[in-house]
Each structure stands twice: as C-alpha cells, then as structure tokens.
Design a protein around this ligand. Structure first.
Ligand SMILES: [Zn+2]
Length: 283
C-alpha cells in the first residue's frame, strides 16, 4: 500500500509530505534487532530520509545521510533512492539509555549531519551542519535544510511501540513553505507540538484522510507512492567492489582465511567469496 503522500496545500504555497514508515521501521527492527532507543532514532532517520528520497528528481538519484552524534547509539547511516527503497543502520543497535529522553541520549547533542545527494550524472552534492543541542533527529534535519539548502522546513516524526518492541506506528509530517508564500499562509503553520500530534495520527487515519482533515488537501492533487526498506546489495555488486582491491590482495586474504567474507551493514547479510569466485573476477 502507498505510504508516502505529497501535495501542495494552501493556494499551492506550501508543500506537504506525509509518510507512514511503520513497515519500514519494523523491517529495520527485524534485520538489526534494535533496542527501543535505537529503533526510535534510526526509525525517525529512515522516516525523514523517505521524505528526502521522495524529493529526488532524477530516476538515477540517490541520497544518503550520516548522522554522527556523541550519544549511545553511535553513528547512523541511511540511504534512499528515487524508487523509494530505503535502508539504514546504527552503529550500536542494542543501545540502552538511562531513563532520560531516549532520543536525545541515543543520538547525542554534539556532532554532525552530512547529506550526500547524487543525481547519477554530475558531481554529488554534499551538505552538512552541526548537530544542535536538542538531541532531536527532526531538529537536526530542520537545521540542515535551513543552513545548507536555505529552505525553511518543519518536520515532525512520531514513533510508537508495542509492548513487544515492534513499531506500532511511525508517522511523519513535513511542511515546506515555497519562497513566495505570504504572511497569512505562514501564520497557518501548526506549532511543533501540534505537528507531532498530527504525525502520531497519520497511520490510524490513513494518509489521504490525514491530509484532508488537517490540511484541507484536495484529493485531486495528491501524489501517492510506496516506499519500502530494501537493500541494493548483491554478490555481483560486492564482487565489483572487491575487484578494486586487486587480485594480489584478494589472494592474500584467501591464503590466510580460506575465503573472503563481506558483511553488508544495511541488511546484516554476509557474503562469502571463494578462490573460484576470485578467479572469475579476473578473467
Ligand atoms: Zn545489503
């Protein structure tokens, strides 16, 4: 089912995006065995990156973020592409917090956020900003948009869990006023708290209903798409990466370890390459 909705609202002066990333977050929990704080922080990052992927204009486009904070979760890496295939991991998937704000303790309040956006043709765009002291994933992305893209952006992501630790809902709302938006329209932007409440109700209401109720979006202009958690790794792809190490080095590893093991952090999968595989790489 479609889980990303984009449209223009309020006389086409504001761009609205709603994301229901519940399934994406559950797949991340399943693949990485995430603790609740890790699922919260990685889940929010996957949600916002689903939005950023939906903004890509080229079919060959890809966007990735590296969030390096000083919190207990360590570094987060999330990538997405034009086809809305999203994947990501956190350095400490079992991170536990000490009873304060789970998100802030897991992410940290110092560090950096780096975005790499590649349209597949020209030199990739790289933008970065420092993490602010809020310890919030959304505030970090808002800061990035303000500083690096000069685009005022309002983001609320809300994630709830079941007692078993799976994701019950993961809703995200993103509002971007267009450059010509007038004063009256800007006044209509909901306060942060309200935006969080709206994000929390996206799954229960459904994307279209939420867009209509909260933002008077007309059903005619809705762009609905399906995003999923999917890694693009394969044995073929990784053998292309190994080739760049050169035959001699690969032979050395084979001599020492008997095989070459490559681990994909995004989907937690191990790939094994034998002597025969290496021979095939260098025909
Ligand atoms: Zn993978």
């Amino acid at each position: 089912m479609e889980n990303v909705l984009r449209t223009l609202i309020w006389d086409e002066q504001v761009s609205l995006t709603l994301v229901d990333a519940t399934e994406i977050v559950n797949e991340a929990i399943r693949l990485h065995g995430l603790s609740r704080p890790a699922a919260l922080v990685l889940g929010k990052t996957l949600s916002v990156m689903t939005f950023m992927s939906a903004c890509l204009k080229e079919e060959t486009g890809e966007v990735s973020v590296s969030l390096k904070g000083n919190g207990r979760g360590g570094k987060l890496s999330v990538s997405g592409n034009y086809a809305l295939r999203i994947r990501g991991y956190i350095d400490c998937p079992q991170a536990v917090t000490e009873g304060g704000d789970e998100e802030a303790e897991c992410l940290g309040s110092e560090g950096s956020l780096t975005i790499i956006r590649d349209d597949g043709y020209s030199r990739p765009f790289v933008g970065a900003c420092a993490l602010n002291s809020s310890g919030s994933v959304e505030r970090a992305f808002e800061e990035y948009y303000r500083i690096s893209e000069q685009l005022p952006t309002h983001i609320a992501a809300s994630i709830g869990f079941t007692p078993e630790g799976t994701c019950a809902y993961a809703g995200t709302v993103v509002l971007q006023p267009l450059p010509f938006a007038d004063e009256e329209t800007l006044k209509k932007l909901p306060a942060r708290k309200r935006l969080e409440e709206i994000a929390a109700s996206v799954k229960a209401l459904g994307l279209e209903k939420a867009a209509e109720i909260y933002f008077s979006a007309k059903s005619a202009g809705l762009n609905l798409r399906k995003a999923e958690y999917k890694c693009n790794c394969s044995k073929e792809y990784l053998s292309g990466v190994l080739v760049s190490l050169g035959k001699d080095q690969l032979k050395d590893i084979l001599r020492e370890d008997g095989e070459i093991k490559v681990h994909c952090h995004y989907c937690n999968k191990d790939y094994r390459f034998t002597e025969e595989d290496v021979e095939k790489m260098f025909p």
